[in-house]
Design a protein around this ligand. Structure first.
Ligand code: SAH
Length: 444
């Protein structure tokens, strides 16, 4: 089934029967292919500049009533002093209760007179930066799970799914510190200050991050800030979106004879990167798209994080630099979660297709010949072999699919600590300023 771009054939018409006979027979939970349609608008598909997408920014994500997960806005935690006071009061009360219980059990008055208090052991807190994977709780590591069950304080952001938050011990203090462009509950400095303050009071702190903490997650910066203040930080790797979303869809990021390497890219640079680059400072990268296209080649699978906003430019530049217009591409929204949506298309048509389908952040883009190896690639010939989408159309061709490509694991973990229930009981958060863009943590 593997084919290099050079051997791609012009596509005959889409054959649903051939597609399902190839992909669906061995799957337990086939996705619903909800649409295979063209936009109906005119335009030249195979020549001239690519059609510009209507939006050149990543759109704001949906409000989710049940948690801060992908929410448009959410109340941040109260001031640090208040948080610390509450945490210390709770910890002292727990310690006193433990000591009293122990004194009763052992009939030893000395144990009740000196309850251990976190403030008695300054600067000894442990800090864990934990990757929680792309969203499916089944993709959490056992190490992450154990630490989530034992943490005193948990700081989490927007990419941590409710099913995963629900696995945090109900005794942990949970603080939302998510951010998106236009609305930050906490600045990066404040997040680091919070972790330092709790660590200085002896707490075991778990910082939950989507995917892997050190892939476009700013985990490296938090690690440096804590280390500079004498706190050792332990990192728990997580499955990064490229691996989780790609593999679950059966897109091999590398494949013998098709892709010899993979590049993880950001479509979005941190503020000030362009100015620094033009002054010859920083790492010299001022434009994420230019950088992505430099050294892009047909033997490499490109995976773009935070890339919706710059997709039209990326697609145009890839084509200008020699990528065939029918290079396979897919955009996956909320990958590995029950609300996953994915749009298969070509690099030429993907920008318009994601706008037509209204894809929002978090969305991952995968571009390259390996995308066509996915059992979910919709265009097949009579023999069931993957082919390019019909080439004779003047409109953007795409296939929108909804639902998980594998089983829903959330039911596996229902009997748990219920910290999500606790969050719900705390009531809805205040409305923040509306976010304008869905970027989360630009990393360069
Ligand atoms: N540390 C994370 C990446 C954070 S940057 C990791 O290793 O995966 C945020 C970007 O990651 C999003 O804008 C999106 O491009 C991508 N992403 C993360 N989780 C995703 C998911 N479940 N589905 C699709 N894209 C995702």
């Amino acid at each position: 089934m593997a084919q290099s771009l050079a051997t791609m054939r012009a596509a005959p018409s889409f054959d649903r029967r051939a597609c399902s006979s190839l992909g669906a027979s061995s799957r337990t939970a086939p996705a619903t292919i909800t649409a295979m349609r063209t936009t109906g608008r005119g335009g030249t598909r195979r020549s001239g500049p690519l059609r510009a997408a209507a939006n050149d920014r990543e759109r704001v994500p949906d409000q989710d009533k049940n948690s801060h997960y992908y929410s448009e806005s959410a109340a941040g935690p109260p001031e640090l002093d208040t948080l610390l006071d509450v945490y210390l009061a709770k910890t002292r009360a727990n310690a006193a209760a433990d000591a009293a219980r122990s004194a009763l059990e052992h009939d030893d008055p000395s144990t009740s007179s000196s309850p251990s208090s976190p403030s008695a052991a300054p600067n000894t807190g442990k800090v864990y930066l934990i990757g929680t994977g792309p969203g499916d709780p089944g993709l959490l590591t056992l190490k992450a799970y154990h630490l989530m069950q034992t943490a005193d304080v948990v700081l989490y952001d927007r990419l941590v799914s409710p099913q995963i938050l629900n696995l945090v011990s109900k005794d942990s203090t949970m603080l939302y510190v998510g951010k998106q462009s236009g609305y930050h509950t906490r600045t990066q400095d404040e997040i680091e200050a919070m972790m330092l303050a709790f660590a200085a009071n002896g707490a075991t702190i778990v910082r939950l991050k989507g995917g892997d903490p050190l892939v476009f997650g700013r985990g490296g910066e938090e690690m440096e800030a804590l280390a500079a203040n004498g706190h050792e930080v332990r990192i728990v790797p997580g499955i990064t979106a490229a691996a989780g979303v790609g593999s679950e869809l059966g897109i091999p990021l590398t494949h013998r004879g098709v892709a010899t390497s993979v590049r993880l890219l950001t479509g979005h640079l941190r503020e000030g990167a362009a100015a620094e680059a033009s002054d010859g400072k920083g790492n010299g990268v001022g434009d994420a798209v230019d950088f992505a296209v430099t050294s892009a080649d047909l033997d490499t699978t490109l995976v773009v994080y935070m890339g919706l906003g710059t997709l039209p430019r990326l697609a145009q530049k890839l084509v200008d630099s020699g990528f065939p217009m029918d290079t396979p591409a897919v955009a996956v929204e909320r990958g590995t979660t029950v609300r996953e949506r994915r749009v298969f298309s070509t690099i030429a048509d993907l920008p318009e297709s994601v706008v037509t389908c209204g894809l929002k952040s978090p969305t991952l883009l995968i571009v390259g010949a390996t995308v066509r190896l996915s059992p979910w690639w919709p265009w097949r010939d009579e023999a069931g072999d993957a082919v390019s989408p019909p080439a004779d159309s003047n409109t953007a061709v795409y296939d929108l699919q909804e639902g998980l490509p594998s089983e829903d694991t959330s039911a596996w973990f229902v009997e748990n600590s219920g910290s999500l229930r606790k969050l719900r009981e705390m009531g809805p958060g205040k409305k923040g300023e509306p976010a304008e863009e869905g970027d989360l943590s630009p990393a360069r």
